[in-house]
Design a protein around this ligand. Structure first.
Ligand SMILES: Cc1cc2nc3c(=O)[nH]c(=O)nc-3n(C[C@H](O)[C@H](O)[C@H](O)COP(=O)(O)OP(=O)(O)OC[C@H]3O[C@@H](n4cnc5c(N)ncnc54)[C@H](O)[C@@H]3O)c2cc1C
Length: 481
């Protein structure tokens, strides 16, 4: 089976996975609170088939259709092909779904491309198992979630020291069948709705860290001992017109606990090889994955620009006060994002082993600026939308015999926008930036690729290592100083 449809995806959720929601163990395939999210994710799989020209390519091995995000990129054509797929998939939710399966697909394909780094000092078998896992993901069109960050309860000590080390995910036993994993990880977005949990390296471990923490593996979400502890669910019932994102696109973050989970050897990709663990994220991971994250951000920014323009027209404020400046600001964010992607793709190169990835510099700069831009987008929506974001009739109000004519008459927009059109527009905007889901998405944008503070510091370190900066010295020399 390749390139599944929504129905096939839903069938895969019907198993014994241990998922907790608000203190209650729930059956993901039938839990009423998850109905909208299930439909939303099923819609993603249907979308890839409906837009097969953009989303699917022939599997180089079997010739069957597969999602292009699973392509191992070897040349410019591969990157261009993947770009089309990612862009189309992001349009499904206007970029509001951050961790659709194409995210981890791109990472996995990138790791396979860097099999040389994955092989570490003594990890050729692990790299070979990873390549077989990639084939399995293609052939079964699996939806993967991932979790890579140690819980770091105490920020005053090292990530693996004291209580942090006691609670972090690690190997506690090795048996003939595989490794036994104990500990926790933050977070797994899509956790309850994925088929597989892929645990791969996070930030590098310090010298001297126990090799038991240096693990990478993948297991079905339904593996015994794996607990998926969901945050409060922000999905909403009711008309899609009232809450177009919350009714379908709560991708659900979860805290993950491994309560002595057996991972069979075939699914162990790194077990203690610090070179493989520490280097795989340094040798092209950012350059590879951030093509996906930047394209999603561009789609989202373009949507926000269009949304705000329509809101301004619906109140006849497009040329009033500071509204046009804010619209110009949004347009600029979208343009700069597209330009950074174009620059990164234009300067793509072989990073080693024939792995063809983007130039990471424009993409890493975007990663660090986006946690400022996307919260600012939400602020602009609130400034332009003002009370209109809340003073809108629900979809059902228009059908209510007594209320319908009143809201039609008293709640229209300017410029001929009907009350129903105005309601849908501003409700979409509120769900984007202000609903419970909207608030969660803002937090996601700030942290999903680690904190801005860490990323800025890392950008500087990489800039110093990879390039020489002699502008000042040259100026001094030329000036005879
Ligand atoms: C909604 C959401 C979904 C996520 N989904 C996933 C997922 O699916 N898989 C996954 O693996 N991860 C995921 N993450 C990311 C991950 O779990 C962490 O939240 C993220 O890496 C931030 O880690 P942290 O809280 O330790 O942040 P830190 O890096 O500790 O940053 C927290 C704050 O500390 C301060 N700070 C940090 N470093 C410095 C410094 N050097 N100097 C000064 N101040 C500093 C800053 O104020 C910063 O904002 C997700 C995160 C969120 C919020």
């Amino acid at each position: 089976m390749t390139a599944r449809n929504g129905q096939q995806y839903l069938q895969g959720l019907d198993d014994d996975r241990i998922v907790w929601l608000g203190g209650k163990r729930v059956h993901v395939a039938s839990e009423p609170a998850f109905a909208g999210s299930r439909a939303g994710m099923a819609g993603y799989f249907d979308w890839q088939l409906a837009h097969a020209d953009d989303c699917l390519v022939a599997d180089p091995v079997s010739g069957e259709p597969m999602n292009a995000s699973l392509l191992v990129p070897h040349n410019r054509d591969d990157l261009n092909r993947r770009h089309r797929c990612i862009d189309r998939l992001a349009r499904y939710s206007c970029g509001m779904l951050g961790r659709t399966p194409d995210y981890v697909n791109v990472t996995l394909a990138g790791f396979v491309a860097r099999a040389d780094v994955f092989a570490g000092t003594n990890n050729r078998d692990g790299a070979a198992r990873l390549a077989r896992f990639h084939r399995e993901v293609i052939e079964r069109d699996l939806a993967l979630t991932h979790t890579i960050i140690h819980p770091a309860i105490d920020k005053g000590i090292g990530e693996l020291d004291g209580i942090n080390g006691e609670l972090a995910t690690r190997v506690v036993r090795r048996t003939a069948e595989g490794i036994v994993i104990r500990g926790a990880k933050i977070l797994a977005t899509l956790g309850p709705f994925a088929d597989e949990l892929f645990v791969y390296p996070g930030p590098p471990h310090p010298k001297g860290a126990s090799p038991d923490y240096a693990v990478a593996f993948s297991i079905p979400v339904a593996t015994p001992g794996l607990h998926t502890v969901c945050r409060d669910h922000y999905g909403a019932d009711g008309a899609i017109a009232d809450r177009p994102f919350s009714t379908r696109f709560d991708e659900q973050d979860a805290f993950v606990i491994f309560d002595d989970v057996l991972v069979p050897w075939e699914r162990v990709f790194i077990d203690g090889d610090l070179a493989a663990y520490n280097n795989i994220m340094r040798e092209g991971w950012a350059a590879n994955i951030m093509q996906q994250t930047a394209i999603r951000a561009a789609v989202k920014l373009e949507f926000a620009y269009d949304l705000c323009t329509r809101m301004a027209r619906a109140t006849n404020a497009e040329e009033r006060g500071d509204t046009p400046q804010m619209l110009g600001e949004l347009w600029g964010y979208a343009q700069l994002t597209r330009s950074a992607i174009a620059a990164a793709e234009t300067n793509a190169r072989d990073w080693g082993n024939g792995a063809y990835f983007c130039d990471d510099r424009p993409l890493r700069a975007l990663r660090s600026i986006m946690p400022l831009w996307l919260p600012r987008v939400n602020e602009i929506i609130k400034l332009i939308g003002s009370h209109n974001l809340l003073a809108t009739a629900a979809d059902a109000a228009f059908a209510a015999p007594e209320l319908g004519p009143l809201v039609e008459k008293y709640m229209p927009g300017a410029n001929g926008v009907t009350a129903r059109e105005r309601a849908r527009l501003f409700r979409t905007a509120w769900d984007f930036c202000g609903s419970a889901l909207g608030g969660r998405v803002e937090l996601y944008e700030r942290f999903y690729l680690a904190s801005r503070a860490r990323n800025l510091a890392l950008d500087h370190v990489v800039a110093q290592k990879s390039e020489s900066w002699n502008n000042v010295a040259e100026f001094m020399k030329a000036s005879g100083i």
